[in-house]
Design a protein around this ligand. Sequence first.
Ligand code: SAM
Length: 229
Amino acid sequence: MSVADDKTVVRQYFNSTGFDRWQRIYGNGEVNRVQRDIRDGHQQTVDRVLEWLQADGNLGGLMVCDAGCGVGSLSIPLGDAGAIVSASDISEKMVAEANQRARNQLITRASNINFMAQDLEKLTGRYHTVICLDVLIHYPQNQAAEMISHLCSLAETRIILSFAPKTLALSILKKIGEFFPGPSKTTRAYQHREADIVKILSDNGFTVSRESMISTSFYFSRLLEAIRC
Ligand code: SAM
């Protein structure tokens, strides 16, 4: 399947069944045991990124791009903390939900966040920090390089990425398969070798400065922060 076709499939998925599934997982309502585990794992990823950014002490006014923002799980707390957030997602429904959540949750600082429906490879502008969490799982390795390179071109200082690491191998893929059921291509979850991701970052002038691994029973995410050298 071509890159354009892959993206169409992902976009359609996150505008339909994927939207229903993930907005529930990334919410507060009742979910099943597996979905709760994924919710908890994902929240740990968001919390870790917030810890890193808060530790640097410069969140107020920091220009951040949250590429593939989903329902705003990271963008909303970042905006609330004073960052100026450009939040985008390939799915119009995810962005609309994020916008609604921001309005519901933030009374004074919702205006810090600009939401936009956009493929991350079409994003323009320059940001202090570019963040892309749990998006690469939807794309094979041969598409990851272009996506990450484009994100690097938007980042003046720092990029933060998360991905499902390949080192944990097939047992995890099987588990991931349990929460991406169904016959469609979008049900595939792609793992990435850390060495490949680090090389792409390095080829774009970035060096890894912080790292973390978030693992629960059904959620596995390798988190890297890289700084422009
Ligand atoms: N980053 C968010 C978070 O951690 O809460 C959402 C993660 S969700 C698993 C993956 C998101 O990536 C979906 O909202 C999907 O629509 C979005 N996405 C997938 N491919 C994308 C692309 N090429 N450009 C922008 N967003 C994309």
